[in-house]
Design a protein around this ligand. Structure first.
Ligand code: PNS
Length: 160
């Protein structure tokens, strides 16, 4: 039996905090999908869905059992369709916990899929896509918590 997991998120854009979770979680499963969620026909956020996928693909290129996909519907429909047994999420703090618990319980009640949580590496405990965009907007240097290419991609977007 193949043990598959999915790591869903908006990833607008991906950070090293995400990549650290993917790297650690990927060791526990045969295959893992990083799933960019959102509707390509209703753009929201800084990057389009395809741009987010492209940045994520570059960031996980060295992880052989990790692929990147996108999905515009219910997460549980994706997990059922692809025979994925586990949703993986990262937890930075109690705030994340409060946000994640109802989603984990809703997903489990909808389809039986379980959610596993990985504690964020303390090195990235303060990192979020939103804060990274804000810091770069005002000229801060944050390249050490972003995968290569992402800082430049944010700068280009914000200036263009
Ligand atoms: O990175 P985010 O925005 O915290 O991720 C939240 C996400 C994308 C995982 C959540 O909104 C989600 O699962 N969206 C897909 C639609 C869905 O299934 N919604 C019901 C969740 S209980």
């Amino acid at each position: 039996m193949v043990h598959r997991a999915v790591c869903p998120g908006s990833f607008d854009p991906i950070t090293m905090g995400h990549v650290d979770i993917f790297r650690r979680a990927a060791q526990q499963f045969d295959e893992m999908v990083v799933l960019v969620t959102g509707n390509p026909n209703k753009p929201s956020g800084l990057f389009s869905i395809s741009e987010r996928v492209e940045l994520a693909e570059k960031a996980v290129a060295d992880l052989p059992n990790v692929t990147v996909d996108w999905w515009g519907g219910l997460l549980v429909d994706y997990t059922t369709k692809h025979d994925i047994g586990v949703i993986v999420k990262g937890l930075r703090s109690a705030l994340d916990y409060e946000y994640e618990v109802p989603m984990a319980q809703m997903n489990r009640s909808l389809s039986g899929v379980d959610t596993m949580f990985f504690m964020t590496n303390p090195k990235y405990g303060h990192v979020s896509s939103t804060l990274c965009k804000e810091v770069i907007k005002y000229g801060g240097d944050i390249h050490d918590v972003l995968p290569p290419d992402v800082e430049e991609a944010i700068q280009k977007k914000l200036s263009g």
